[in-house]
Design a protein around this ligand. Structure first.
Ligand code: GLA
Length: 440
């Protein structure tokens, strides 16, 4: 070897985060319940779970009365729950080291903090809405990466929502109208109890997505009703495609002020334009509208929101038309979908300014390695990116992203695959005599 030659570095390993089968989630929360609450409380009434989500497109549009298009991750949060005979709430999580405890007397906004606010906050919101919910013990485990902008918070809230719903016989999860009430309770938990002013996309996805489908959401009238939440068949596998998710491991938090700052900028822009929300802007007259704004930052924020709503409408049309025509992948539509994803990311980077170097790098590396389209997903400020890739390219795209992160000296990312999956529900029924698995 000649002097000064740098030996080739071995490629970094690619870390995959697999989804769990229901049995793993059930066993984990049941065992944790035995260890933590054991003999003095008895068995839980069951196990419930709810998924995280990937938003295909339509970012920072929900709180602007716009459009979003999420799918549910196969990765879920599991909860075993048992009503207690008193007014205490005790929660244990495999992601935490200590019991999270409160009482109904103490459970109110501003008086509690920590991860339990997302869970107990749902119980509080249900009681505020007039439902009979008492004390309970619960254990939690999650396959949804935390703080990765894949809706670990909504998965936690929605798993608790369906658990409390059946353990206290509220009967809401059985109907779409009832599920909408649960979404509202989860959103209140997040907005009022946890203090994150988020917009409702994540909870709708976790409560309404179905396997093999994307969920077209229209927030024009607020939380979408039956007409404004449409399931659209989304058969990626038939088109030879998959969604590769990259958890950039750049820490992400929605309670740190940046998200609220973006939301406020949109609200102020709407006020100065004399409209109720940015949804009212006609895309055809966007340039004239932007000229009437004096604040250059508001110009960027508004341009993102209006163009993103348009891109989402186009993407929904593409998915609705189908990615397969006459038995073959429809390359024109697939290319169009990829281009819309790319434009979405660029707008979030340049105009909405919610990307970070790690998510930009993950997107650039995915595109360079052959992804058809790539973008950040979720709130941003760190978190995850997604790439639309041909199945035969998945390993190469993941390896390229891992290599680029290693070269840049960033914490190694993690990878997930996300076939469109199902909504929050029950996994295990426990009664005096038997346990019955509900999901495979
Ligand atoms: C977070 C929020 C959602 C939505 C997205 C951005 O996930 O919880 O309500 O605003 O960010 O699209």
């Amino acid at each position: 070897m000649s002097q000064g030659h740098t030996p080739p570095q071995s490629a970094p390993s690619v870390e995959w985060l697999p989804a769990w089968d229901a049995g793993r989630g059930i066993d984990s929360v049941m065992e944790l319940g035995n260890t933590v609450f054991g003999a003095h409380t008895g068995a839980p009434s069951g196990v419930w779970s709810a998924p995280g989500r990937v938003n295909l497109i339509g970012e920072h549009t929900d709180y602007n009365q716009g459009l979003c298009l999420p799918i549910a991750l196969p990765h879920r949060t599991y909860v075993a729950l048992r009503p207690s005979t008193n007014e205490d709430i005790q929660l244990a999580s495999r992601q935490g080291t200590q019991l999270w405890c409160t009482t109904w007397a103490d459970l109110r906004p501003g008086n509690v903090s920590g991860w339990g606010t997302y869970a107990a906050g749902v119980a509080w919101a249900l009681r505020e809405a007039g439902h009979q919910v008492g004390g309970f013990d619960a254990t939690v485990d999650s396959a949804v990466p935390l703080g990765a902008s894949l809706s670990s918070s909504a998965a936690l809230e929605c798993a608790f929502a369906v658990a409390l719903d059946s353990a206290f016989n509220l009967g809401l999860a059985e109907t779409p109208e009832g599920r909408r009430e649960l979404v509202a309770a989860c959103r209140r938990a997040e907005n009022d109890m946890a203090g994150a002013p988020t917009g409702g996309l994540d909870q709708m996805a976790s409560m309404f997505c179905q396997a093999g489908h994307a969920l077209a959401l229209d927030f024009r009238e607020g939380i979408p009703d039956a007409e404004a939440a449409r399931l659209v068949p989304f058969d990626l596998a038939a088109a030879g495609l998959t969604i590769l998710v990259v958890d950039s491991r750049a820490p992400h938090a929605l309670v740190d002020g940046q998200y609220a700052e973006r939301r406020n900028a949109c609200q102020s822009a709407a006020e100065s334009l004399g409209i109720a929300s940015l949804r009212e802007i006609n895309p055809a007259s966007l340039d004239a509208t932007l000229e009437s704004l004096t604040d250059p930052v508001q110009v960027k924020r508004v341009r993102h929101v209006v163009t993103e709503i348009q891109r989402t409408a186009e993407f929904i049309d593409v998915v609705q038309a189908g990615l397969v025509t006459n038995g073959a992948a429809d390359q024109d539509r697939i290319t169009h979908a990829g281009a819309l994803m790319n434009a979405s990311h660029d707008s979030l980077r340049d105009d909405y300014q919610v990307t970070v170097p790690q998510t930009d790098l993950a997107v650039d590396a995915s595109r360079a390695a052959g992804a058809i389209g790539a973008r950040m997903t979720g709130g941003g400020f760190g978190g995850a990116t997604i790439a639309l890739v041909r199945q035969e390219d998945v390993e190469r795209v993941a390896a390229t992203v891992a290599q680029e992160f290693a070269s840049a000296g960033y914490t190694a990312p993690a990878f997930l695959e996300s076939p469109p999956s199902g909504s929050a529900g029950r996994d295990l029924v426990v009664n005096d005599r038997a346990m019955r698995r509900v999901t495979p």
